[in-house]
Ligand binder design. Structure first.
Ligand SMILES: Cc1ncc(COP(=O)(O)O)c(C=O)c1O
Length: 387
């Protein structure tokens, strides 16, 4: 190329899932069938009634058109109604911008909050796309270290010590990707008030929030939640619609007004078909969502029960919902080497811990979205048999 590329972007590491798939592609043809514990996607389809509804709306020429940048008012109202049911939220349409997945909502939040050179605090292990996005923006990711004792639940005292005059936000994911552990309500409130005291944002990514039993937290019940809280939300896993790219940003009306300047130049709007799917889901599928929460919770418990039986040199450190976070037995080897060995020896794709932040070379993330209950025994047998 005869031009220079942005150094911030060049310094960002490659997305880890592609790397693991690359290792899998080099396996010999006679190797055992691959088991994919790599990407966190539900293995079930959206319900038939949603697919039938979408078949109808796709024929409507209006479905081909743009919507307002923030999304259709009736869809944002359906979001608010569900947030009132699920979070007892004090929320209305002005607090909501529909986005192209949680991924775009995260970008909007960081662009509104940060200048290049600013700092954002992440709890390790963190969702790998977050430091990648920050790196591309020239924003410094500052990590709160992982401890097995706390299972990656952020400790307010530790986080507070990381705050500097350059800090713009604390970014947390609950339940966590990669550990699956949800931050307890009380801990989240402490972190919220910590952010408020320091006049920085608490950015909460709740992509897996619908896989938590009951009310995920009570921050939305506070009258002035939007003075401190910025929520990044995805409905991809909720309705098994990851390809529709259904997400949203919930924040103060002024924050949304600034975000819409970026939204207009970046995506214009969430696709209309996605908005229609989302509205249908929000209005009709609460029971279906709960059924799938129970299914994932059962799958996780069955997996954990099998995994911790004697004879497995991999150790379960934390887990919940879509994920298990395990320690590999190959001392002195990086998690990348461990994950590569699992692909080659056992035909199992996992993600190396080091993709989720510094100091995590001993760990692997297993995503359970792809394995049926009937496959659990075989998966664990393969872990056991690794030499
Ligand atoms: C924590 C977290 N945030 C955001 C995303 C991206 O969500 P979306 O597909 O809605 O962009 C994911 C996807 O796996 C995730 O795990």
């Amino acid at each position: 190329m005869r031009f220079t590329l942005n150094d911030h972007v060049r310094s960002v590491r490659e997305p880890p899932i592609g790397e693991v798939r690359g290792w899998a592609a080099t396996r010999p043809p006679e190797a055992p069938e691959l088991i994919d514990l790599c990407q966190a996607v539900p293995d079930y389809s959206p319900p038939e009634e949603l697919l039938a509804y979408l078949q109808q709306v796709v024929r409507d020429p209006l479905t081909c058109r743009y919507t307002p940048d923030e999304g259709l008012p009736e869809v944002r109202e359906a979001v608010c109604a569900r947030y009132r049911r699920r979070y007892r939220a004090r929320v209305d349409g002005d607090h909501i911008c529909l986005t192209v997945g949680a991924s775009q909502a995260f970008w909007l939040s960081m662009l509104v909050l940060c200048h290049a050179g600013d700092e954002v605090i992440l709890q390790a292990p963190c969702y790998f796309d977050h430091p990648m996005a920050l790196g591309a923006l020239g924003v410094r990711a500052v990590y709160a270290p992982f401890t097995e004792k706390e299972q990656g639940v952020p400790n307010p005292a530790v986080i507070e010590r990381l705050i500097t005059p350059r800090t713009r936000a604390i970014v947390l994911v609950t339940p966590s990707n990669p550990t699956g552990v949800a931050i307890p309500h009380g801990r989240l409130s402490e972190l919220y008030f910590l952010a408020q005291r320091h006049r920085i944002a608490l950015v909460l990514d709740e992509t897996y929030g619908d896989f938590v039993e009951g009310m995920p937290h009570d921050l939305f019940t506070l009258a002035d939640w939007h003075r401190t809280l910025v929520q990044v939300q995805s409905f991809g896993k909720t309705y098994a619609l990851t390809g529709y790219r259904a997400g949203l940003l919930a924040a103060a009306p002024e924050f949304i007004r600034q975000a819409l300047k970026i939204q207009d130049t970046m995506a214009v709007c969430q696709p209309r078909i996605t908005q229609q799917a989302l509205k249908y889901g929000l209005e009709h599928l609460d029971a279906w969502v709960e059924e799938n929460r129970l299914k994932m919770s059962l799958r996780n418990s069955l997996f954990a029960a099998e995994f911790v039986k004697p004879g497995n040199r991999f150790r379960l450190v934390a887990g919940g919902g879509f994920f298990a976070w395990v320690k590999h037995p190959f001392s002195g080897r990086s998690s990348r080497q461990a994950a590569q060995r699992l692909v080659q020896e056992a035909g199992i794709m996992t993600l190396p811990g080091e993709a989720f932040g510094p100091g995590l070379e001993e760990y692997l993330r297993l995503a359970l979205g792809n394995i049926r209950e009937s496959a659990i025994a075989e998966v664990v047998r393969r872990f056991r048999n690794v030499s």
